[in-house]
Design a protein around this ligand. Sequence first.
Ligand code: HEM
Length: 433
Amino acid sequence: MGGYQDVQRLAPMAVLGAFRRDPLELFADVARAPAGIAETSAFGRRMVFITHPDHVVHVLRDNHRNYTKDAPVYRVARPFLGDGLTVSPGGEEWLRRRRLVQPAFGRSTVEDAARVTEECLAEVAGRWATTDTVDASAEMSALSMRFACRILFGTELTAEAAALVEDLRLICDHVANFLARPFPPLAVPTPANLRFRAAMRRVRATVAELVADPRTELISRLTADGGSTREQVTDEVLGLFFAGHETLGHTLAWCWQLLAGHPAAAARLHAELDDVLGDRRPASADLPRLVYTRQVVDEAMRLYPVVWIMMRRAVGDDTIGGHRIGAGSLVTWSPYAGNRHPDVWQRPDDFWPERFADEAGRGAAYHRNSVVPFGLGPRACPGSNLATIQACLTVATLARHVRGTPPPGAAVAPVPSITLRPAGPVPLHLAGG
Ligand code: HEM
């Protein structure tokens, strides 16, 4: 174990410059530091970069009481994302709300949600059967918006959906840019800040309208809670809406981008679908037998974890990997860098879904918690089951409409916005054209 003195120290201005230029590369560089730990000063505090799964597990689960989400990444989003679960610092109020929300992600809701997912997918499959090309990124954003509206709000929001997708994209990118370049402050009425505030007002107004007319068990539970004001309920639902829509849409876009670029994996997926389903469309009951489909989704989440940056603030002194973490330090890591660490995975940058079934795909430092796309511990994602079912059903339903060969130049770079999204369209050739 190294001592405190051994930690690699990074010059604050160099870190800031690297964060602005290419945050994914910054975290990848830090992951190569001895013991995967480095530190710098930022936001007037000591900031510690970690990478190793043991260290992440320590912060998220084993010593979670010492780590709060009262940290810049979440604080910046709080005035706009509200004070809902996703950005809540933690503590008693977080626990009360988590207990309120959690039952809405129970078994019967997930079963209902799976049925809604199958219905939405039947419509998309019908359209893809008679189309020759689509932009999978736009299609998956629209689809995940539809899932979120139906499941959270019990409505289609047909007229507003496209504008909402645009507004959410604008909001996420603006908050991410502000994190990297926090000047001028968001309160200054620059054209970009005004566009951002207008988008925020529109999204909030739509959510507030839906909260006023509860059509799902989740919204009814939240509005019936005597301990929350209408504003707090709107915050909560807004946070869930962001958390559910952005993450799933981009995860699915990455699945299609990877499959389009890897014909052998696509062929193996098609073989599994033929074998298990014959000519049928998949239902959630088929998922336990769609093992390769699940590996495709897991591998896409490993290579492109949409929650690409995580941060906590240490409440009291602690030790991680033999290094002292002083009270008040910010501890940060990037699942994007951790998931591609060469000590953990063989061929870490390759799309190789089989690695989840085969020890050959694992490196010396492989760890049961080497990839935790939904987080760990008490703050882990309450939507993980729902999202996994939706992702697998979507891939299984739509894959057979995609032709194996990728269009030229189809590889799309990742943009580390609030979530990790494709930089541009993800074109797919479909068999229906
Ligand atoms: C592929 C889809 C998804 C991924 C990869 C994902 C990932 C995550 C991760 C990594 C966290 C933990 C963040 C942290 O500890 O800082 C999280 C938290 C959360 N997610 Fe998800 N998520 C997904 C879908 C969803 C869905 C569908 C919903 C709800 C509709 C949802 C709601 C939430 C909420 C409310 C939290 C905060 C929980 C808390 O702090 O108590 N997520 N998600």
